[in-house]
Every structure is written in C-alpha cells, then in structure tokens.
Design a protein around this ligand. Structure first.
Ligand code: SF4
Length: 496
C-alpha cells in the first residue's frame, strides 16, 4: 500500500500540468479532487477511470477482481468501437462473495480466473483490476499476476486503482502508469520508421478515429499506437518506438505523454480533431514534429496540399448549413478538451456560443476558450440544474450540447439537445466529423417536434387561439383524437 501511496503522490505531482505547477507543495499532495457536495452524485471512482482508459484495448481480457457490481457499473459505458477483436466487450469478474472474503479465497479465485481465461480465450494479455473490496482485504494482486504470468506464459498486468483511492481522473492516470510499468517497451518492433506516431487519449468513440486515420494514411504517417481507441496489445507494447505523439484529452493521460518523452524521447503536443481549423493544425504539428525527429521535410508540403483539399471539401458541404444555422445560439455543457475545440468548430460556421462549461477543463483549456471567445464572460464553472433549466426555458439558447446526464433538463425546457459526450451515436472528429456534427445540430434544431411540443396543450386553449395557428392534416387529426379521448369539444377549452 505504501508503494501505491507513493505512486499516487507521483501522479498528483505532474509537472506537465499547469494547474499543478501553480500550487504549493502541500496543496500538490492533496491532488485535484474536490470534496463532494452533500446530495451530489459521486461520479466515477478510480477503478472506473482506469477501466475507461484501458477497456478499449480490444484484444485484451479485462478481469475485474471484486464483487460483481463493480464490473456491472463500469462495463462498456462508453461508445468506443473496435475494427476487429471483440474480447474487450466480454465481461470477466471473479465475482467475490461474502463467503470468499470471510474464508480468504480471493487470491485463489483470481488465479483460477486467469487460468480459465487463458484456456478459453488465449488472449495476448490479461489486465487485472482490483476493486475496493479486494484492496481492503489485502489481496496481493501484483504477486498473483506475477505468478500467473510466469506459469501461463502471457502478460498479466495488475492495474492497481481500487475505487476508494479517488476520482475517475486519478484512475485514468493510474491506468497510464500501469501501461508504462508493464506494457510499453516490452516488445521491440522490427519495422520502426521515421513516420511513426502515437495518439494518446483518443477513445475512438462511435468509431470517430476512423475519420482521422485515412488522413494520416494519405500522408504516409503510421499510427504506431492509438491509446486506447481500437488498440491492440502488441501495438501498445511497441509504442516506445514512435517518433512523436499527439495527446487529445490532456487531463486523462498527460502523465503518460510526459514520461514517454522523458524515457524514450518522444516529443508530444496537445491537439484536437474537433473542427476544421483544429484538425488542420493537428496534422501540421504532427508533420512538423516528425521532421524535427528526422523525417523528410517534403512531408510539410504534402500536408499543406492535403489540408487545402480536405478543407475545401468540408467548407463546401458546410456552406449548405450556414444559412440555416448562422446566428443560432448554442449552450455547451461539456468540459475538458471539448469545451474549446467544439467552441472553435461551431464558431467557424457562424453559430453563437452563449455559454460553455469549464468544469473539467484545465488552465490551458480555459486559456484557449478565452482566446477563442475573446472574453471569459461565457465560461461557467458549474451551473445548477435549476439555472440551466431557467436559461433554456427563457429561450436564451437554441440548442444545448452536453452529455446524457443533463439531457432531461433540455427536454423539459422544450429545447433541442444533442449528445456530444461519450455515449454519442455519431462520430464528430476530423473534417467529415465536423460536417456530421453540424448536420446533427441542424436536424435537432429544425426537428418539427419542437413546434408541436411548444404549443399550448389543447385543453389549455380557447378555440379562437387554436384557430390562429395553422395546422397540418396530421396535427388536426391528432387534435380530434385528443378531444374525443378527453370527451370535450373545441368550445370547452379554457383560457391559454
Ligand atoms: S467505489 Fe469501489 S466498490 Fe464502488 S464501483 Fe468503485 S471499485 Fe467498486
């Protein structure tokens, strides 16, 4: 446990994080987790955070050592996609019961589970996640994993991030530490080249990385490892031979990027594939870093040609939406990298940003928003559900973009809403992704349902008021059904 404590202190003491650099030594030790407000939901635990980062490694078996519910809570709660293996979506748990805890059978059960997985599935590796219960009863996961790895001849990786250690974000970082300690650098590739890069913090939600990869392919840039989206164990084990890295979601894996730079001299930068300008900028910076690391400078020219071509196609497609969306007001209730990259993307087509949440944003994220919006009046740390509802029902925004948790606030306020967080159904990365995002915003805002739900209920209206509103045939038919059902006639409706 003292080793784990030292690791947590190390993760909290992240020199690449500007917020952390601004703290004194004592505050740094306490980390960034804030105490919960009474009554607020806790959000994910450290175990959940580690699972989020590692589960998209698709050919690995992810074994949760603990009671069944921990695995149930964290299983596949994001829309990451795989282009091949499906093993990552199979749920493995030791399903510890009270009796196992009392009888001290945890470690034995874990060893047996590893053997069963090896025999039934033969994966390239097994990742083992302790949870609160197995950490508290003192199961020595590291020792079991080491012994099992020796006996069965495959990597068995302990991901030491039981839930009680802290927040989801801490779990993200501990997952990065597990990769550094046990996976990256364990295999030497025989095909390393000057155009190899790593992408860190890209989760391939709804398969959106597949909209970006063809651009890199056209430039002859190989993604040595995308961590974790659609990743394979072998690729991550060889990731130390990449020449440069792009980090997409800095709060999740910044420690991994920095330590890979220290250990293997892989320079990194923070970028985003959301929005046309940001996608172009990311491609440019990747090429520049590769040239600095010895690639042929001719790639810079090819990158500019590709950017010009792709931007022209995307702008042409977006032009059709500009007249329909220009001046529309968007409230963005997300955070992190999306708080600025999506802002930038939407402003590119004339959409107005009435507010953006910076709850989970880093100091760098906030600085970027200030630069893009030209002031910080539109940034809000956290808006209570009541305030969000008031803002939307007073029609201060035409649409809210957020995660699933706040969708019902928008729907109750009869305001269009679009999911842009991890459960989203559509890919929004790269040039094509930007067109898709705008298409979805257009569909949501102009959906005819809003006209209908915003009308007063039939039983609240006088006939005169009802007749002022032109109706389609189907609306009239629906009204008749409602009237018949309510046993009333148009003349019986009250005042609006
Ligand atoms: S807090 Fe502990 S018990 Fe709860 S889900 Fe996380 S690991 Fe499991």
């Amino acid at each position: 446990m003292s080793l784990l404590r030292a690791k947590i202190q190390d993760v909290f003491n992240e020199p690449a994080c500007e917020k952390n650099r601004g703290k004194d030594a004592k505050a740094r030790k306490e980390g960034c987790s804030k105490p919960l407000t009474p009554g607020a939901a806790a959000g994910g635990c450290a175990f959940d955070g580690a699972k989020i980062v590692l589960q998209p490694i698709t050919d690995v078996a992810h074994l949760v050592h603990g009671p069944l519910a921990c695995e149930g809570n964290s299983w596949d709660n994001r829309g990451a996609a795989s282009s091949g293996p499906t093993l990552w979506r199979t749920s493995f748990t030791t399903d510890l019961t009270e009796l196992d805890v009392v009888m001290g059978r945890g470690e034995r059960k874990l060893f047996k589970a590893i053997r069963e997985i090896k025999e039934a599935y033969g994966p390239p590796a097994i990742f083992v996640y302790p949870t609160c219960v197995t950490a508290l009863i003192g199961d020595d996961i590291e020792a079991v994993c080491k012994r099992a790895a020796e006996k069965y001849g495959l990597p068995v990786v302990p991901v030491n991030a039981p839930g009680f250690l802290g927040s989801k974000n801490l779990g993200n970082k501990l997952a990065g530490e597990a990769l550094l300690e046990h996976v990256i650098g364990t295999v030497e590739p025989d095909d390393a080249g000057p155009y190899d890069i790593n992408i860190l913090g890209e989760f391939n939600l709804s398969g959106e990385f597949w909209l970006v990869k063809p651009l890199l392919d056209r430039l002859g840039i190989r993604v040595r490892a995308c961590i974790p989206g659609d990743a394979r164990y072998f690729d991550i084990a060889c990731a130390h031979r990449a020449r440069a890295a792009l980090i997409v979601c800095s709060t999740a894996l910044i420690n991994l990027a920095r330590k890979m730079e220290q250990r293997w001299d892989i320079p990194f930068f923070e970028g985003s594939f959301y929005g046309i300008t940001d996608t172009s900028e990311a491609l440019r910076q990747i090429s520049q870093l590769l040239v600095k690391k010895g690639a042929d400078p001719e790639i810079l020219g090819r990158t500019e040609v590709l950017i010009a071509e792709e931007e022209a196609i995307a702008w042409k497609k977006l032009a059709a939406y500009r007249p329909r969306l220009e001046g529309k007001r968007v409230l963005l209730n997300t955070g992190g990298v999306k708080s600025w990259s999506v802002v930038h993307a939407l402003m590119e087509i004339g959409i107005e940003i009435v507010g953006t949440s910076v709850k989970k944003s880093t100091v760098e994220d906030k600085e970027r928003i200030k630069q893009i919006l030209k002031d910080d009046n539109h940034m809000f740390e956290q808006m209570a559900a009541r305030e969000l509802y008031a803002m939307l029902s007073e029609h201060k925004a035409d649409i809210m973009l957020s995660g699933g948790r706040t969708q019902f606030i928008a729907l109750k306020a009869k305001t269009p809403w679009l999911d842009i967080n991890q459960e989203r159904q559509h890919p929004y990365a790269g040039y094509h992704g930007m067109v898709e995002l705008v298409r979805q915003i257009d569909l949501a805002i102009h959906n005819p349902i809003w006209r209908q739900v915003r009308e007063p209920a039939p039983w609240d209206c006088q006939p005169a008021v009802r007749q002022e509103l032109p109706r389609t045939k189907s609306e009239t038919a629906t009204l008749h059904v409602v009237q018949e059902f309510a046993g009333t006639t148009a003349g019986n409706f009250g005042e609006c």
